[in-house]
Design a protein around this ligand. Structure first.
Ligand SMILES: *Cc1c(COP(=O)(O)O)cnc(C)c1O
Length: 519
C-alpha cells in the first residue's frame, strides 16, 4: 500500500478520506496569510525591478521528483513564495509594456478566488452563476453596439474567441453554399477552397485557426496594408474577385481593431459595407482595440465594429482583469448555436430541476466543463463602473501619445510607426550611428532595459527595421515611467554605441527570430 496512497487523508476505518483541511482554523490562518502576502506584493510592486532573471538554484528546484508524500499546505505555500512569486515575467509592474499583457487587479484576483471556492460548472445549469455569465454577455454586447439578443461566450483568450468565431463563419457560409461542414467537413472539396482574408498585420492566431479548422494556411489571404498599417481595401476586393473567378468560395474577412504591432485599426465601416454587399462574413478581431469603444472620445477610431457578424476581444488586456478571460460575440444567436449544438441536447429539454435551461454555454464553443470566469467580470464592472474603464483606456492612449511626443522631440530617438492608439514603436537612432548597426543595437538595448529591471517593452520588426515596442494596457503606469524608459534607452544606447559593439549581425540572444511580438 506504500505506493498509491502516500497521503495523510487515506481512509481509516469509518473516517472517510477528504482533501478538506483536518484543522479548518489553522488552514484559515494560512489562507489569510496568503491573501495578506499577495495584497502586500501588489501594493509594493513599484518598488521591485520590472523583471529579474532567475538564479540557477531556483531554476533547478523545478526538476523535482513526483511528490508521492505530501509536504503539507504550509510548505507548499512556502515553496511558492520562495521559487515562484519573485520570478514572473513582470506584467504586474507599472513599467511592463511588453506584448499586450494586462496587469490584473486586486478585485479581479479576489473574484477569481471566490469563483474557485464556489467551483461552479459553467456548461449552463439552472444556477445563479449561469445568469451572471448571461448578464455579462448582454452588457458587453450592448457596450459593443451589438443588437440585443446577440449571442456570446467567455473563453480563455482572444485566440480562442477568434477560432470560435471563425468556426461559426465557416459553418454559416458553407451552409449558404449548400453544404454542411459539420457533417461533411472540408474533405472532398478539392479545387474549391473556402477562402479567408485579413491584412498582413493580422495576429498569428489566424494561421493557427486556418490550420485547425481544416482550411489550411493557403486559404488565408494576407492583404497588404497602407502606410498606417491598415488593410488595403481595394487590394482585398481584387483578391476576393480573383478567387471567385478561380472557382474558390470566399467566406470571411477579418478586420482588426488595434493591431498588435502598431495599434492600427482598419476602416471597419467600409469593410462592413463591403462584406454585406458581397455576402461575406465580417469578423472583427478587437483583442484590445474593441475596448476603445467604452470611451466616447475613442469610439470613432473603431467605428463600424458594431456591424461585425462576430467580434472577439480580451478582458484580460484592456479591461485589466486577471488571466484568462475573453469574449466572443455573434450577431445571429441561431447560427452560433447551430455551429456547436449537439443533437442530443434537443432530445431532452428539461424545464425543472438543476438542468432546466440546458447547457447553453457548452453549445456556444468547444468546452463542456468551464470555469466561472464571468464572476470577475461581473464584480469588476459593478464595482468600478464602465466610466472608470473608459477613463483608464483614455489615460493609456494619452500616455502613449505623450511617449510618442517625447520620442518625436528627441534627436536621439526615432518613432517608427504612427501611434493611433496605445502602441508606440521606436528606436535609438542618433545621426552618428550607422544605419546598418541600428537593428543589433536596439535589440541589445531592449534586452538590457529588461535585464536591468527598468522596464519590459518588447521588440518587433516594422518594414524590416527593428523596433522597441511599448503596448500600453497598464493601469499602474505614470508619466514618470515613460520618461524613465526614454532616458534608459538613450543611456544604454550611448554606452553600447560608444563601445562599438555589437557588430551588425551579432544579434543578442534576446533578438526575436520570427514574429516574437504576436502575443
Ligand atoms: C493578444 C491578441 C490576440 C490573442 O489574444 P490572446 O488573449 O493572447 O489569445 C489576438 N489578436 C490581437 C490583435 C491581440 O492583440
Amino acid at each position: 500500500m506504500a505506493t498509491d496512497s502516500g497521503t495523510s487523508t487515506a481512509a481509516v476505518g469509518d473516517v472517510a478520506a477528504t482533501l478538506d483541511p483536518a484543522d479548518w482554523d489553522s488552514f484559515a490562518v494560512l489562507a489569510h496569510r496568503m491573501v495578506d502576502d499577495m495584497l502586500g506584493h501588489l501594493r509594493t510592486v513599484r518598488d521591485r525591478p520590472a523583471w529579474q532573471p532567475m538564479p540557477a538554484g531556483i531554476r533547478a528546484s523545478f526538476s523535482g521528483p513526483v511528490p508521492w508524500e505530501g509536504e503539507g499546505a504550509e510548505r507548499a505555500y512556502e515553496d511558492f513564495v520562495r521559487t515562484v512569486l519573485p520570478y514572473p515575467n513582470g506584467n504586474l509592474h507599472p513599467r511592463f509594456w511588453g506584448w499586450v499583457h494586462g496587469g490584473g487587479t486586486p478585485l479581479g484576483m479576489m473574484a477569481d478566488m471566490l469563483a474557485s471556492g464556489l467551483n461552479a460548472h459553467l456548461a449552463g445549469f439552472n444556477q445563479a452563476p449561469a445568469l451572471v455569465e448571461h448578464e455579462v454577455i448582454r452588457w458587453l454586447a450592448e457596450l459593443m453596439g451589438m443588437p440585443a439578443g446577440a449571442s456570446g461566450i467567455l473563453v480563455t483568450g482572444a485566440t480562442m474567441a477568434n477560432v470560435l468565431a471563425l468556426a461559426v463563419a465557416r459553418f454559416a457560409k458553407a451552409r449558404d453554399a449548400g453544404f454542411d461542414v459539420r457533417e461533411e467537413g472540408l474533405q472532398g472539396r478539392a479545387g474549391s477552397r473556402l477562402m479567408l482574408y485579413g491584412s498582413t498585420e493580422t495576429h498569428a492566431w489566424a494561421n493557427k485557426a486556418a490550420e485547425l479548422l481544416g482550411l489550411g494556411r493557403a486559404s488565408f489571404r494576407q492583404i497588404p496594408v497602407d502606410d498606417a498599417y491598415r488593410i488595403d481595401v481595394a487590394a482585398l476586393e481584387a483578391a476576393v474577385a480573383a478567387d471567385r473567378a478561380a472557382g474558390h468560395l470566399p467566406f470571411c474577412v477579418i478586420g482588426t481593431a488595434g493591431t498588435v504591432n502598431t495599434g492600427a485599426t482598419g476602416d471597419l465601416e467600409r469593410l462592413a459595407a463591403y462584406c454585406r454587399a458581397e455576402r461575406l462574413w465580417f469578423h472583427v478581431d478587437g483583442a484590445f482595440g474593441a475596448l476603445a469603444r467604452l470611451s466616447p472620445a475613442l469610439t470613432p477610431i473603431v467605428a463600424g465594429i458594431e456591424h461585425a457578424d462576430s467580434l472577439s476581444f480580451d478582458l484580460h488586456k484592456w479591461m485589466y482583469l486577471p488571466f484568462d478571460v475573453a469574449c466572443v460575440l455573434v450577431r445571429d444567436p441561431a447560427v452560433h448555436h447551430a455551429t456547436f449544438a449537439s443533437s442530443a441536447s434537443y432530445l431532452a429539454v428539461v424545464t425543472r430541476g438543476v438542468t432546466a435551461g440546458g447547457f447553453p454555454f457548452a453549445e456556444r464553443g468547444m468546452d463542456l466543463t468551464r470555469s466561472f470566469k464571468a464572476l470577475k467580470v461581473w464584480m469588476s464592472m459593478k464595482a468600478h463602473g464602465v466610466h472608470a474603464y473608459a477613463a483608464l483606456i483614455e489615460q493609456n492612449v494619452a500616455d502613449a501619445a505623450y511617449l510618442a511626443a517625447l520620442i518625436g522631440a528627441d534627436p536621439e530617438l526615432e518613432l517608427l510607426a504612427p501611434v493611433p492608439l496605445n502602441v508606440v514603436c521606436f528606436r535609438y537612432a542618433p545621426a552618428d550611428v550607422a544605419a546598418e548597426r541600428l537593428d543589433a543595437l536596439n535589440a541589445e538595448i531592449l534586452v538590457r532595459v529588461q535585464e536591468e529591471g527598468i522596464a519590459v517593452p518588447s521588440g518587433t520588426r516594422l518594414r524590416g527595421r527593428y523596433a522597441i515596442r511599448v503596448a500600453n494596457v497598464n493601469h499602474r503606469s505614470r508619466r514618470e515611467d515613460f520618461r524613465m524608459l526614454a532616458e534608459a534607452v538613450k543611456r544604454i544606447g550611448r554606452e553600447n554605441a560608444a563601445s562599438g559593439c555589437p557588430e551588425p549581425g551579432a544579434l543578442s540572444p534576446g533578438t526575436p527570430r520570427t514574429r516574437p511580438d504576436r502575443a
